[in-house]
Design a protein around this ligand. Structure first.
Ligand code: SF4
Length: 733
């Protein structure tokens, strides 16, 4: 029976009526009496928070009457509910100002996904077999309590993996773990920004991502950061960028993007500058050299300049001619760009993404920071600043140490809690994340879906969706004032799920040695974390800022004692003769780091540059493809020292001839009907190379070779059929 027939049939029969359909007992339907007071046809708009990335955009949710299929006391039936129908950007939100990216639009599918886990599950087959039996919440919580009681004498054997996104939820998890005697949640993030945070601590005394005042910039130079697509706070940055380009009647701000593979952001630039991977910092210092040598600006770089070796001597090793030899960018171009930066200001430089994922990433970030100092961009209109942060309720705010810095993926662990991360998919092969997880005696997942990691769990305690529960986040960047996002549920839970923070509070109280958490519910914690006036504002708008009485931490500078950084040539895994190409994985515009691959709207979204969808592809420069006899759609094999993946070739003019790129996102072994075994995962062939300044993972430091291995196999699905415009086909460095 189609769902439409199902609803039509029950609509005829009215409430609380059992009816027989087609004579089959399995089609006996009950219409339950709704719990909500509903006005048919009238929409209500409720505030919420986008949960999909750390940007923390505010939402308004259109809520209307709808029929929902539910199970009540073991009986299947229909009930009229107030259901979320559409997400929009919250117009008054200081970060997204009414905007919402395409991923945020699709977030509604998290709630109505047909493969959502609808209640607690206990493993009934071998690990990874996907065999489960439903259990009650009482049974599930008793099982977790019993496992934790079993390690009460060795509390450090409890480990939790979570996303390092600032939130009260993460603070509650930290309080739970600390109260038990374990360490704070171990952060896991595929594309983290720890190199830039570290550089900002050294250059500016702020271990934080910057906020850019693009609306008042007149000249922007980007170094690899996809700031209009996936990086930092893209909706806020799009709003500022739009104002820079079109908000001033007389002047259209200029934008130059430096990168080895054209990103969505690079496609918007007035000038795209291809560069040798890992040399972006040298170009930044080459620009600074021209400005200093020609006294185009007074040297205002102060602390940021002092972080670079040779700054006070005028950066003599970075003359345009020397920089051309290293970067491949012509000396004349460097001279011109440097003068434009000064003459057409206010100017700002933005760095993020792949340039910071080389072995010399910290140097690159410090070099761009010093350039910003020289341009007078720090703390000035049209430049960059650091968003005030709300006063924390937690004595120990979680720190974002990258998981990859550790020698082994997990410390000795007997009980593992996994919240919102999928490390089996997102870890490089050498970490052996799957083996490490499998070696843990008892694994608990709070996932709403069976993914590559939760499939290994012994117990799944599914969380509510963000629309069904209290949701919060503490944005790090994107606005000029401190902001806290807090929103109440906009609809009742569809399934037999429970909010993870409330589950932890309940478990804390049931342990033989209870953990004394000061809150009875998560919303009590949220309320206690802010002044009354801010709480009232948050209830109404889904966020509170300083104008609502929110208190911000006093601005303070972190003292650092780093030695001045020197350029060291980037190191790559793989011999250049055997593996002649740089390999560049990048965050997909639709699927991000792969965590959104289960959402069908995002799978069917054509990639804005290639128009590919539902598939994996390998981007290759037309000249390189011609030399290797590779045509569009041919199956190619990419091989590194770590292994091989096969996917369809995408002849892509916006990529340097010695670079091969692939979007991250596909290649899940298990992640709902929409992403299971679809495409390939480029993370699988990335090498275990460290960024030397921080010890973080240099995910852009792998070399590969490419070979044609077959004719098109039909797996490359393109909306447009071909790339019709090749504006940068003849671009050279
Ligand atoms: S940038 Fe997009 S995905 Fe991230 S919070 Fe904002 S709307 Fe959500």
């Amino acid at each position: 029976m189609q769902r439409r027939d199902f609803i039509k049939l029950t609509a005829i029969t009215g409430t609380t009526t059992a009816l027989a359909s087609c004579g089959n007992p399995e089609h006996q339907l009950i219409r339950f009496i709704p719990d909500d007071e509903l006005v048919p046809g009238v929409a209500e708009w409720k505030p919420s928070v986008c949960p999909l990335c750390a940007a923390g955009c505010g939402l308004t949710v259109r809520v209307m009457e709808a029929d929902a299929e539910v199970v009540r006391n073991g009986e299947h039936g229909l009930v009229k509910i107030a259901a979320a129908k559409k997400l929009e950007g919250q117009p008054d939100h200081p970060i997204n100002q009414g905007g919402l990216c395409v991923r945020g639009q699709a977030a509604i599918q998290l709630t109505y996904h047909p493969d959502r886990i609808t209640g607690p599950l206990k493993r009934s087959g071998a690990r990874g077999s996907g065999e489960w039996k439903p259990v009650t919440w009482d049974e599930a919580i008793a099982e977790l309590v019993s496992q934790l009681d079993g390690i009460a004498g060795e509390p450090t054997e409890l480990t939790c993996l979570a996303r390092p996104r600032r939130s009260r939820r993460l603070e509650l998890m930290t309080a739970f773990l600390r109260g038990f005697g374990a360490q704070a949640p171990l952060p896991f993030e595929v594309f983290d920004d720890n190199v830039l945070r570290r550089a900002n601590a050294i250059s500016f005394g702020r271990e934080q991502l910057p906020t850019y005042d693009l609306a008042r910039s007149r000249y922007v130079i980007g170094f690899g950061a996809d700031f209009l697509g996936t990086w930092n706070s893209p909706v806020a940055q799009n709003a500022g960028y739009g104002a820079m380009r079109q908000g001033h009647p007389q002047t259209r701000g200029t934008f130059v993007q430096v990168e080895a593979r054209m990103s969505l952001t690079g496609a918007s630039a007035d000038e795209w500058v291809p560069i040798k991977p890992g040399t972006e910092g040298v170009l930044a210092l080459g620009l600074a050299h021209v400005i200093l040598a020609n006294k185009l600006r007074p040297d205002t770089a102060a602390r940021a300049g002092g972080a670079i070796d040779g700054w006070s001597g005028g950066l003599s090793p970075y003359s345009p001619a020397d920089v051309e030899k290293i970067t491949g960018v012509a000396a004349k171009r460097i001279e011109r760009l440097a003068r434009e930066l000064v003459e057409h200001g206010p100017a700002v430089a933005i760095v993020g993404g792949a340039p910071l994922a080389h072995t010399n990433g910290l140097f690159t970030a410090l070099a761009v920071n010093a350039l910003n100092g020289l341009l007078g961009a720090v703390g000035q209109p049209g430049g960059l600043s650091f968003m005030p942060q709300p006063a924390s309720s937690s004595p120990e705010p979680p720190r974002a140490e990258p998981a990859r810095e550790r020698d082994s993926f997990l410390p000795p662990t007997k009980v593992l809690l996994i919240d919102g991360v999928n490390p089996v998919f997102g870890s490089r092969k050498a970490l052996k994340a799957r083996d490490a997880v499998l070696a843990v005696p008892f694994i608990v997942s709070f996932s709403s879906f069976i993914d590559d990691t939760s499939i290994l769990a012994d117990l799944i305690l599914p969380d509510h969706s963000f629309l069904e529960s209290w949701t919060d986040s503490l944005p790090e960047s994107g606005a000029a004032v401190a902001v806290v996002n807090v929103s109440a549920p906009v609809m009742r839970p569809l399934h037999n799920t429970r909010a993870t923070p409330d589950v932890l509070i309940e478990v804390a109280g049931k342990l033989k040695k209870p953990i004394a958490l000061p809150w009875k519910t998560f919303d009590e914690m949220l309320k206690a974390s802010m002044p009354e006036a801010a709480w009232t504002a948050a209830q109404k708008n889904g966020f509170a800022s300083e104008k609502d009485g929110l208190k911000a931490n006093p601005e303070s500078r972190i003292p650092t004692t780093a030695r001045p950084a020197m350029y060291e040539a980037p190191q790559f895994d793989g011999d250049a003769n055997t593996y002649p190409f740089h390999f560049l994985p990048y965050a997909s515009q639709a699927l991000y780091d792969g965590s959104l691959a289960h959402l069908p709207w995002l799978q069917e979204l054509p990639d804005p540059l290639t128009s590919a969808m539902w598939s994996s592809w390998v981007e290759i420069n037309p000249a390189t493809a011609a030399r290797l006899n590779i045509e569009q759609g041919d199956v190619v094999e990419i091989t590194s020292t770590q292994g091989s993946v096969r996917a369809s070739a995408m002849i892509f003019p916006g990529i340097a001839p010695d670079v091969i790129a692939m979007p991250v996102g596909q290649g899940h072994e298990s992640f709902t009907r929409y992403a299971d075994k679809r495409g390939v995962n480029p993370i699988a062939i990335l090498a275990p190379v460290a960024e030397t300044g921080t010890g973080g993972w240099a995910w852009a430091a792998t070399r590969v070779r490419i070979a044609r291995v077959g004719d098109p196999d039909g797996s490359l699905i393109m909306f447009a059929g071909e790339l019709r415009e090749h504006p940068h086909e003849h671009e050279t460095r």
